[in-house]
Design a protein around this ligand. Structure first.
Ligand code: HEC
Ligand code: HEC
Ligand code: HEC
Ligand code: HEC
Length: 428
């Protein structure tokens, strides 16, 4: 290539890049890019107003050496009090009463007996104790208390298969400081992953996730219990692979199922609460972390600035709501989010009822006993898949607000699979 044509090539490349940057600004990317670079300026207060302490952890009063919220309260009074305030959120919606079709879809599994909405973190231990869902093993404690994370870290994966009652007797507090900071909160609130399976599953890829998202991502995720040692585990290794499609393919590849449903004979899956997966594939993923929208920055009377640790809906907190304006301008965020959630909920109800109807037809075929096993298996597979995609959306607690595209993609995929099953049955 001659020197002249190289110069021409470089010049045209510069023009293209400049045009992209320029148009990007006009297409609304400008605000967004501004806030990517100024992530701590979402309101009048910002992270730079926080006075980060570098102090030794106080002596642990818990038997297992975890420094608890009470222990920290002398150093971080406001944070400790705000954490305690999670107990104010005690309202529970009974999903089974709200959406009766669930009882039919979850037939044969604990969630058909007892499934209420999430409430404050303070209630984790009480709620897991009194749930009507059976829990034979200690692994149910994984996401409820730092004492269990510590037990696993001290004793290894054997802790997961301890009898539930035996392990429960060792638990001292619900989710707490140690869960997200280990005993390192004194070092400027450094976030530490204490749940070992997160590091095991993600390995070096964990570094691609903001620590203030990964802190929540220790629990607000899809997980399963391994067959070998009942260990809690995530069904993927990276952000790229944490999609419902990839997770299903993974479960298929290890023949994993949560239960075999009696009336249909299908090997069923139950999704957990994939907030992190849903959020990380959504429109805010590169811009914000979970704390930005769920932990408002507050100033105490003495001027101390801190992240409130009362984990609330951004729609119920003025500070969080006003932070949306940095990118969303004067949009009424409450009605914007509610409108979106209403659309998702309506579609959920439609697909959920259709799935329940399809399940009844499949159960009737199984009961009649005159359909071949190969045909039944094809139907069971479609039913398993449809339920998986439906559930991935249903159990995600933001009802579409974290990622509406993914919510609709899940429900549309479920709908398509139900239609395929219905067509197969029609053709029998
Ligand atoms: C150790 C596990 C764990 C971690 C870590 C965790 N959560 Fe939770 N979270 C739960 C559980 C379990 C519930 C349901 C509690 C119940 O109903 O008993 C819950 C409920 C919630 C709720 C709904 C409850 C309410 O008060 O409305 C919100 C919001 C929430 N979490 C946000 C977060 C955010 C944000 C983070 C990260 C800063 C986080 N959580 C970290 C386990 C966890
Ligand atoms: C852009 C802001 C934003 C970010 C970032 C964000 N969320 Fe949310 N989240 C919302 C909104 C909006 C809702 C819906 C609230 C409502 O319905 O009142 C919500 C709802 C929730 C709920 C259900 C709350 C309830 O009361 O039932 C949980 C749990 C939750 N988010 C966890 C997370 C986690 C974990 C992360 C990080 C992986 C995260 N959120 C990141 C905006 C956000
Ligand atoms: C569910 C996870 C979680 C729990 C439990 C938790 N923190 Fe935090 N903590 C965070 C996150 C996330 C941040 C915000 C970091 C950021 O993005 O700037 C934070 C920030 C902090 C900071 C830095 C100062 C600030 O306000 O940002 C301190 C100090 C701190 N936490 C102490 C505590 C103490 C003490 C407890 C127990 C009473 C506690 N944390 C419980 C997740 C948690
Ligand atoms: C740093 C910039 C930024 C902030 C701050 C921000 N958003 Fe957004 N939000 C965006 C962008 C960019 C989009 C995508 C817009 C689009 O595609 O039209 C978006 C989209 C949304 C959507 C639609 C998501 C979907 O998947 O359909 C909701 C809901 C939302 N934001 C809620 C909130 C709430 C609530 C807050 C405040 C608590 C907030 N946002 C704060 C940048 C931001």
């Amino acid at each position: 290539m001659s020197r002249k044509s190289i110069v021409k090539l470089v010049a045209s490349a510069v023009v293209v890049v400049a045009a992209v940057v320029f148009l990007g600004g006009f297409a609304g990317g400008q605000d967004v890019m501004y806030h990517v670079q100024n992530r701590d300026k979402l309101g009048p207060l910002s992270r730079s107003d926080i006075e980060y302490l570098d102090v030794e952890a106080p002596e642990a009063t818990s038997k297992d050496g975890t420094v608890n919220a009470q222990d920290w309260s002398a150093i971080y009074p406001y944070i400790a009090v705000s954490w305690g305030d999670n107990s104010k959120n005690s309202y529970v919606t009974d999903y089974l009463e709200q959406d009766p079709y669930l009882v039919n879809i979850y037939e044969g599994y604990g969630f058909a007996k007892d499934y209420g909405s999430a409430r404050g973190h303070e209630y984790c231990l009480t709620d897991v104790h009194k749930t009507l869902r059976p829990h034979a093993k200690a692994n149910c404690l994984t996401c409820k208390t730092p004492n269990f994370a510590k037990l696993v870290n001290d004793q290894g994966v054997g802790a997961y298969s301890m009898p539930f009652e035996e392990a429960e007797a060792l638990m001292e507090e619900s989710v707490s400081c140690y869960t997200c900071h280990a005993n390192e909160a004194g070092k400027g609130g450094t976030r530490v992953v204490t749940h070992s399976y997160v590091n095991k599953a993600l390995g070096d890829n964990a570094g691609a996730i903001d620590p203030s998202t990964l802190a929540c991502g220790q629990c607000h995720i899809e997980y399963y219990f391994t067959r070998e040692d009942s260990e809690t585990m995530m069904p993927y290794q990276s952000v790229d692979t944490m999609t419902p499609e990839n997770i299903l393919a993974y479960y298929d590849s290890i023949d994993f199922y949560d239960w075999v449903q009696e009336s249909t004979g299908a090997k069923m899956l139950k999704a957990q609460h994939p907030e992190t997966e849903t959020f990380l594939h959504g429109k805010h993923a590169a811009l914000l972390n979970c704390a930005d929208c769920h932990m408002p920055l507050e100033m105490a009377n003495d001027g101390t600035v801190y992240h409130s640790h009362t984990l609330v809906s951004p729609l119920e907190n003025e500070t969080l709501l006003s932070s949306c304006a940095a990118c969303h301008g004067d949009t009424d965020m409450v009605s914007m989010v509610h409108r979106l959630q209403e659309r998702v909920t309506a579609r959920e109800t439609e697909v959920g009822n259709k799935l329940s109807g399809m399940k009844d037809q499949l159960a009737a075929l199984v009961a009649a006993g005159d359909t071949g096993e190969a045909e039944l298996d094809a139907l069971r597979k479609l039913y398993r898949e449809a339920q998986w995609f439906f559930d991935f959306c249903y159990v995600e607690n933001a009802e579409g607000a974290h990622n509406s595209e993914l919510a609709f993609r899940c429900l549309d995929t479920a709908d398509t699979k139900i239609d395929e099953a219905l067509a197969l049955m029609e053709a029998l």
